[in-house]
Design a binder for this molecule. Structure first.
Ligand code: LAN
Length: 728
């Protein structure tokens, strides 16, 4: 029961916009499920004091003390951990913002609006502030992600939700945004997903959206294009979308939607021939133009199949089966869903199918909040329901690498972290695994928490590695039993593809030719589970460590899997020695994992040509100031692109890569380490620099905890390897 009345704590920010009272926000940690609460009464506010992590995440002064100046790398690592340890959450993990993409909030806000879900006023105020804070000052638009150029997708959708949240069409920032949207051709030139959302909202006609037939879901799995074979995210997005497309459901027109019809187009609404704009798309948005093949398929679907061949009995059967799959996804994830595109769409399906007062709608209303995040600029939508397991695994590894794991000072912190990893390992497969196309998950670790509960290969690998380090090397309690460690290995082995490479969520089920059906326009490489260097290498490293302690378990299979994986890594190394990274920016990120895993099978700078070329590539990119900095454009363009500034996170990645590869000359590494130390603040923290992560080649995503644990790990390893010399 979300409040609908104003709460009376509003002030104004520097722009003159409403702002909530930041002293009233708290991050609530319910067994790793995170929600931000706004405390209404003074009494509540006094009884639940703001913590360090609340203040830090809200951008409020934390009062973190000044620390003795770091002279050596290890001092700097200690200071970093001193600060970072204060951000640990009560259940043992580290929480953080996971923003970046700008196309997620629109789905959430439109969903609230069309399902008559009251938007808590403090949320509305803060989402508006965030969106205005992220408006591109030059053209007044918004992009696909916070650092990207403005696009029709970003601008039109953000404009629409700002209006839903109460921004006036007369606001000069809205006038500017509207002008820019019109310049790009207005809503007609936005990509397919925007057209679906706008049609649901009733400010566009469904004929403008390319078809998403639910009948596809009736195809048997052996058919090469069956949804069973698609990348899990596309499967889960197109599932509810196909239901909604089939229903052609439209939110009843009201005053606001009538106004929006007049605002988001460059011509009068009544004069638009929507069907003729199915394929209109602004060049700013068209990262992956639809193939000729897909255009022909779409045109056959629109002109022949829908009017002449689509039978209602079959459509009904397909809708029923799609609904069944939606229901299974909701139940398997306790309504949290895979990610915040599919989840709001599922919510709308529940609203249509089950009705407003239903249990499913109530659950969705509640759980959707787990995607929202508060920061100094306002409220945004995270890319998943957090990065809890992922960050926690890497933090414990950093502490271990730095040699702090057996220091009694850090024992309580690491014990809690281990408890979190223990708690969030997936213990059972989903009950209807085959029926709903899910991958085996018993023994896996997910990216966020067990509620979301999807297997991810490298999250499993990193979780396994952390647990092994803590339990087997550093003498922590054996919370995760040997059987469960073996379950994790079973999961990893199941995820290897015939190529030798590993994908993230599922082993590959379809041909790369399926990319011809990529209909999203704004993303590349989304149709099947591809091999990823990072996932492959993380798996090798973890299995190598596992075999040290359990040499007999599936030894032959592990050996063979590692062998094939190493071959794959060598095969996909580019002639210049680099690897393309799919989930971090970009060549720098991939090199870290690739070089570390090669070293885990004994291939280093001195012994392996692959390792040597990898190191030479990185060295050729070092900047004058001793650091490294790679722009997100590398991910988009598939060409190494220098960032104008060195970046702490990437500098740490490269220093680690070179050290893991046993690069013999400490000098270039020392220069990188000095850069890390020079960027550290007096209280031990590092400040946020450019965005660190990516997905689907075109959309960037933030990993704010990277600026802590990667430098700590690099500084720690440097002092272990080269002695803890004073550098300042
Ligand atoms: C993530 C986040 C984590 C990431 C790593 C574990 C880092 C990676 O090594 C494997 C892939 C994975 C799990 C991953 C896949 C795609 C995600 C879920 C994301 C990048 C976070 C957001 C993104 C998701 C697709 C966003 C929703 C957008 C759609 C296009 C559906």
């Amino acid at each position: 029961n979300w409040r609908t009345d104003a709460n009376g704590h509003l002030t104004k920010d520097a722009e003159g916009d409403d702002k909530t009272d930041y002293a009233r926000w708290r991050l609530h940690d319910n067994d790793g499920r995170l929600t931000w609460r706004y405390l209404e009464t003074d009494e509540e506010n006094e009884n639940w004091p703001q913590t360090f992590y609340d203040k830090y995440n809200l951008g409020l002064p934390t009062g973190a003390p000044e620390l003795p100046k770091a002279k050596t790398p290890l001092d700097a690592a200690t200071n970093g951990l001193e600060f970072f340890s204060k951000l640990q959450m009560p259940t043992g993990h580290w929480a953080c913002e996971y923003g970046g993409p700008m196309f997620l909030l629109p789905g959430v806000v439109i969903t609230w609006y069309i399902t008559n879900t009251p938007i808590p006023p403090e949320y509305a105020v803060e989402i508006k502030r965030y969106l205005f804070a992220r408006q591109n000052p030059v053209d007044g638009g918004w992009g696909l992600h916070i650092e990207g150029h403005s696009s029709a997708f970003g601008t039109v959708m953000t404009y629409v939700i700002l209006r839903i949240l109460g921004a006036s069409e007369e606001d000069p920032r809205m006038i500017k945004a509207r002008g820019f949207a019109h310049k790009l051709g207005g809503a007609l030139y936005a990509p397919h997903w925007a057209k679906v959302w706008l049609s649901l909202l009733g400010v566009m006609d469904w004929s403008c959206a390319n078809p998403v037939p639910p009948e596809l879901w009736l195809l048997p799995d052996w058919v090469p294009i069956a949804p069973y074979r698609w990348w899990v995210h596309m499967r889960m997005v197109f599932l509810p979308m196909s239901y909604l497309w089939s229903k052609k459901w439209v939110f009843p027109q009201n005053e606001l939607t009538s106004q929006l019809r007049n605002e988001i187009y460059a011509q009068p609404y009544e004069s638009i021939d929507f069907a003729s704009h199915r394929n209109s798309i602004a060049k700013e948005d068209n990262y992956y133009p639809k193939t000729m093949f897909l255009n022909v398929v779409n045109s056959l679907l629109v002109n022949v199949w829908t009017p002449l061949l689509r039978f209602s009995a079959l459509a009904k059967k397909a809708e029923d089966w799609v609904w069944e799959l939606i229901r299974m996804e909701d139940e398997n994830t306790n309504y949290a869903g895979l990610a915040p595109v599919s989840n709001p769409l599922n919510f709308v399906c529940c609203y249509i199918h089950d009705g407003e007062g239903s249990e499913s709608v109530r659950k969705h209303r509640e759980v959707l909040h787990e995607y929202l995040w508060m920061k100094g600029e306002g409220m945004l939508c995270n890319g998943t329901n957090g990065a809890q397991v992922w960050d926690t695994a890497f933090i414990t590894q950093a502490v271990s690498v730095a040699g702090f794991a057996e220091d009694p000072k850090w024992r309580p912190m690491l014990t809690k972290a281990l408890e979190f990893l223990d708690n969030h390992q997936l213990r059972e497969n989903v009950p209807n695994q085959d029926k709903c196309y899910r991958q085996h998950r018993k023994g896996a670790w997910p990216f966020s928490n067990k509620v979301q509960g999807y297997t991810v290969s490298d999250c499993t690998a990193e979780g396994l590695r952390s647990v092994l380090q803590l339990q087997e090397i550093h003498g922590y309690p054996k919370l995760v039993s040997a059987d469960r460690l073996k379950d994790a290995v079973d999961c990893i082995l199941l995820l290897q593809n015939a190529t030798g490479g590993f994908s993230e969520y599922e082993s590959r089920r379809g041909s790369p030719l399926l990319e011809w059906l990529n209909a999203a326009e704004v993303f590349g490489g989304i149709m099947i589970s591809y091999d990823h260097v990072e996932c492959t290498t993380a798996s090798i490293t973890a299995m190598s460590l596992f075999s040290r302690f359990y040499p007999d378990y599936r030894a032959e299979e592990i050996k063979a899997a590692k062998h094939k994986a190493v071959d794959y890594i060598k095969r996909v190394q580019n002639p210049d020695g680099s690897w393309y990274g799919n989930w971090g920016i970009c060549y720098t990120y991939a090199a870290l994992f690739a070089l570390e895993s090669l070293s885990s099978v004994g291939e280093t700078y001195r012994t392996s040509e692959y390792s040597r070329r990898g190191c030479e590539f990185l060295l050729s990119k070092q900047k004058e100031d001793g650091g490294w900095g790679e722009s997100y454009l590398s991910s988009e363009l598939h060409v190494y692109t220098q960032h104008e500034m060195s970046q702490v996170v990437q500098t740490a990645w490269v220093c680690l890569s070179l050290m893991e590869a046993d690069y013999p000359d400490p000098e270039p590494i020392r220069r990188g380490i000095k850069l890390l130390m020079s960027r550290q603040q007096t209280n031990g923290e590092w400040l946020q620099e450019s965005i660190e992560g990516v997905f689907n080649m075109s959309c960037m995503i933030s990993y704010p905890n990277y600026k802590f644990y990667w430098p700590i790990r690099a500084l720690g390893l440097f002092s272990q390897k080269f002695g803890n010399e004073a550098l300042f």
